[in-house]
Design a protein around this ligand. Structure first.
Ligand code: TMP
Length: 206
């Protein structure tokens, strides 16, 4: 038996953590073995790449191309060492972000050509695509206000201006409209209970 990948996407402050915890508990209650992971990250090397990507004390700016390639370098490690072995063992993978984040952040936010991302997607991700992508949709002003209230300092990408997240959100929604069977758009301004109920309804359809 082959497991499935479920990813959770959205801009900062959309409420991914609550949804991920709910998803993991829901799937475990239904008897699945679940691996909860994240991108960029999920392996020691990929977590090191994450640190490079998100640190704020760099004296050198990261180009959009470097950012994209580092995201995919981390993803290649993650898929090879975590995702594929889990799927082959029949486990389900719940990932806090996956390949669609590259279309949204590097494509929408950084304006890297969509075709280049699609090419990397075909090469690195290939058939390891998520079964469902839960897109937690929220207006950037609201999401960013929520994110600012969280403890801890903001990372390099979180420090971007609101217009960047407006472009990220638009790219996510565009991707969702292009892939309607895979994507499930959730209104993230609802209460956590309503958001989780919407997630459960989609999972029951699997
Ligand atoms: P997180 O803080 O939600 O874990 O995500 C880390 C940051 O990395 C977040 O700002 C989104 C960004 N990101 C990309 O820009 N491209 C990607 O492909 C991925 C997976 C994340």
């Amino acid at each position: 038996m082959r497991g499935k990948i479920i990813s959770v996407e959205g801009i900062e402050g959309a409420g991914k953590s609550t949804v991920i915890q709910f998803l993991v508990d829901f799937l475990r209650q239904r008897g699945h073995t679940v691996v909860s992971t994240r991108e960029p990250g999920g392996t020691p090397l990929a977590e090191n790449i994450r640190h490079l990507l998100l640190q704020t004390d760099m004296t050198e700016s990261i180009t959009p191309e470097t950012e994209l390639l580092l995201m995919f370098a981390a993803r290649a490690q993650h898929i090879q060492h975590v995702v594929k072995p889990a799927l082959q063992a029949g486990k389900w993978v719940v990932s806090d972000r996956f390949v669609d984040a590259s279309y949204a952040y590097q494509g929408g936010g950084r304006q890297v050509d969509y075709q280049r991302i699609a090419w990397l997607d075909t090469w690195i991700v290939a058939d390891c695509q998520p079964e469902i992508v839960f897109l937690l949709d929220i207006e950037p002003a609201l999401g960013l206000a929520r994110a600012k209230n969280r403890p801890g300092s903001q990372d390099r990408i979180e420090l971007e201006k609101e217009i960047f997240f407006t472009q990220v959100r638009a790219a996510y929604l565009q991707r969702a409209h292009e892939n309607p069977t895979r994507f499930c758009i959730i209104d993230a301004t609802q209460t956590p209970a309503q958001v989780c109920a919407a997630i459960a309804r989609r999972l029951e359809m699997l």
